[in-house]
Every structure is written in C-alpha cells, then in structure tokens.
Design a protein around this ligand. Structure first.
Ligand SMILES: Nc1ncnc2c1ncn2[C@@H]1O[C@H](COP(=O)(O)OP(=O)(O)OP(=O)(O)O)[C@@H](O)[C@H]1O
Ligand SMILES: [Mg+2]
Length: 328
C-alpha cells in the first residue's frame, strides 16, 4: 500500500512540474496502469491463503510431549482426535473439541500447540480465529459472527475457531455457531467439514479436580485417571447442564451430540509448576536453575490448604512470579 501512495504522490508531482500536455497524459496513463497492477498484486497477496503445514502426527506428539506437563489424557485424546481428523480427506463433520479444567491448566496453551502444528504461522495465522465473549450486544455480535465464520471457511476450509470462556456465551451466539458444527454442515453451499472448533471453559473444572483429589487420597497415581474413570466425560457434561449459566450450551450442543470430545485438564501439581517455571526460564533465555524453579513454584497457592496438592492457578502467572525472583 505504501508503494501505491508513493506512485500517486509521484503522479501529482509529475502533473505539477510537467508543462507539456502530451507528456502529462502519457505519464498519467502510465501511473494509472502501474497503480492498477500494484493494487492487484497487493490484493492477490493479502487474500492468498497461507500454506498449511504438512501435518505430521509424530510432530504433534513430540510437541505435546515436550511442551505440555501433567496432562496425559489431553495429550492422548488431542493427538488421536487431531491426527485422525487430519488424515481424513473427507470428514463428515468439523472437528469439535471442548476443553475443561480449572485455571492455568493449559487450555489456551494446547490450542496454540494444535495451531502451530497445523499452520505455518501457528496461533498468529490468519486462519486461526480466537473469540472471547466480552459482553457485546449479543444480537449484533451474532450477526457479525455468523458472517465471519461463513466467509472465513468459504475462503479457507481448514480454518480454526477457538472460543474462550465459552460458559459466558449468550444463547443467541451459541445458536449461531450450532449449524456450523453439524454433520450436514453446509451453510449456503459452503461445507464446514474441514473446519476445527475448540471451546474452552472452566465448567466441569471442579468435578475434574475432585476426581484427581480422590485418586490422590486413595494413593493412586494421577496417570491412572482415564477418560472413562468414573465416567469423567459424562460427569463433565452433567456438570455443564447443572450450571445455570451454561444450561443453554448443554441443551444446544451436547444434546445434539455436536461435540466430539470433552477433554479434561487435570489440576497441576507442584512438580508440573516447577516444569512450567523452567520452561519460562528457557523461554526468557535465562540459565535453568532448578532450585529457583522450586522456590518460585512453592510460592504459588495450592489446595487443599493443609496438604497443598494442586496449584490453584495452575501455571498461570508463573512468568510474573519468576520476574520477582530475578536478580535476587
Ligand atoms: N499443563 C501445562 N503444561 C505446560 N505449560 C502450561 C500448562 N498449563 C499452563 N501452562 C502455562 O501457563 C500459561 C497459562 O495457561 P493457559 O492460559 O493455557 O491456562 P488456561 O487453562 O487457559 O486457564 P484459564 O481457565 O484461566 O483461562 C500457558 O501459557 C503456559 O505457558
Ligand atoms: Mg484460558
């Protein structure tokens, strides 16, 4: 666009300094033609889809293995769900994942891991759209959202939509998303089967944390918790329906079986928070200091208060806590 402005300015300058009418007409014509070409080039490049990465399940597996701590169920389900979806050249519905868990357990983190394994620009790709419902006028927002999702998928079928704080979404907004998630997800001739929808919420977090606490009290390993342990998936969907705020979410999306997987994020233990601190040190190019990592992690609040088993905020604000210890 800068080049276009330059050309237009140049055109004006030539018109002013030129005294010869004929050369003025020629110069003007040349500039208009060049401008048109330039605009076309700019439009071409800005509307060109970014290339997808060649999806490699082994790459996703190793990324989850290295960057995600203490979430064995998430790693397993996300890997299988995303890999099988990406391997299917003609999926019969979009992939719809619903992430549940208490604060700081890695819900946004995992959506970013998925994004960077699918798109060359990862979470910053223009095909990855994250929405946080922020008390906008639900009617106006619904109209905008419907059009936005439709146009995005029409331009690029393998688009990803991440809805944060799903439990706060208004019924009208959920109603708008619903038709895109279905088995016959064709809206106005556009198919949504290759799109990915990820819903993030804290709903069900307490049920998951209570289950993890039960396992701990029984002296059982965290890794023994499975998707089917005490019907965890059903317990999550029930806790959504019991929650007054997310009642509509339940009736619309769950009863219509539009969500493929409810994925539980377990509360993190001290050892996981320590790993998060070390990961931050690495990210900030600091010398890895296990002793300091332990100190920072222990400084976080844990529950239950007496036994301090799980981190109340998971790995949230680990970076900020670490900053307090720097140069100590
Ligand atoms: N299980 C984890 N493994 C590795 N890093 C983690 C994990 N959980 C959280 N983190 C780190 O903590 C940061 C905050 O986590 P994230 O934003 O993903 O939490 P969240 O589950 O979305 O929480 P909230 O419900 O409060 O939104 C992440 O950016 C990441 O650096
Ligand atoms: Mg989050």
């Amino acid at each position: 666009m800068k080049a276009l402005h330059l050309l237009l300015i140049l055109g004006s300058v030539i018109s002013i300094v030129s005294t010869d009418n004929e050369s003025m007409v020629v110069a003007g014509g040349l500039i208009i033609t060049t401008s048109v070409v330039l605009v076309s080039v700019v439009i071409y490049f800005t509307t060109q889809p970014e290339p997808l990465r060649t999806f490699n399940p082994a790459g996703l597996k190793s990324d989850l293995g290295q960057a995600l701590f203490g979430q064995h169920i998430v790693s397993d389900v996300v890997l299988k769900a995303v890999s099988s979806f990406m391997a299917d050249s003609n999926p019969n519905k979009p992939l719809v994942l619903s992430f549940h868990g208490t604060a700081g357990t890695g819900k946004n983190h995992v959506s970013k891991i998925i994004a960077r394994n699918l798109y060359t620009k990862g979470e910053n790709s223009k095909h990855v759209h994250t929405f946080i419902y922020d008390n906008q006028d639900p009617n106006a927002y619904s109209v905008w959202l419907k059009q936005f999702i439709h146009t995005s998928v029409e331009n690029f079928p393998r688009s990803t939509f991440i809805f944060d704080e799903m439990d706060k979404m208004q019924p009208q907004v959920i109603d708008v998303i619903k038709p895109f998630l279905d088995y016959n997800a064709h809206v106005n001739g556009v198919s949504f089967h290759k799109a990915i929808f990820i819903f993030l919420s804290n709903t069900g977090g307490k049920v998951i944390a209570d289950l993890a606490l039960d396992f701990w009290r029984e002296g059982r390993k965290r890794e023994e918790i499975k998707m089917h342990s005490r019907d965890l998936e059903i317990m999550i969907s029930e806790s959504i329906s019991k929650n007054e705020k997310s009642g509509f979410w339940h009736s619309s999306l769950i009863e219509h079986h539009l969500i493929d997987h409810f994925i539980p994020f377990l509360p993190l233990e001290l050892r996981h928070v320590r790993q998060c601190v070390l990961a931050e040190m690495y990210y900030l190019n600091k010398t890895l200091d296990a002793h300091l990592a332990d100190k920072v992690a222990r400084d976080m609040p844990f529950f239950p208060k007496i036994h301090r088993v799980f981190a109340e905020k998971g790995c949230k604000s680990v970076r900020q806590k670490l900053a307090l210890y720097v140069d100590e």
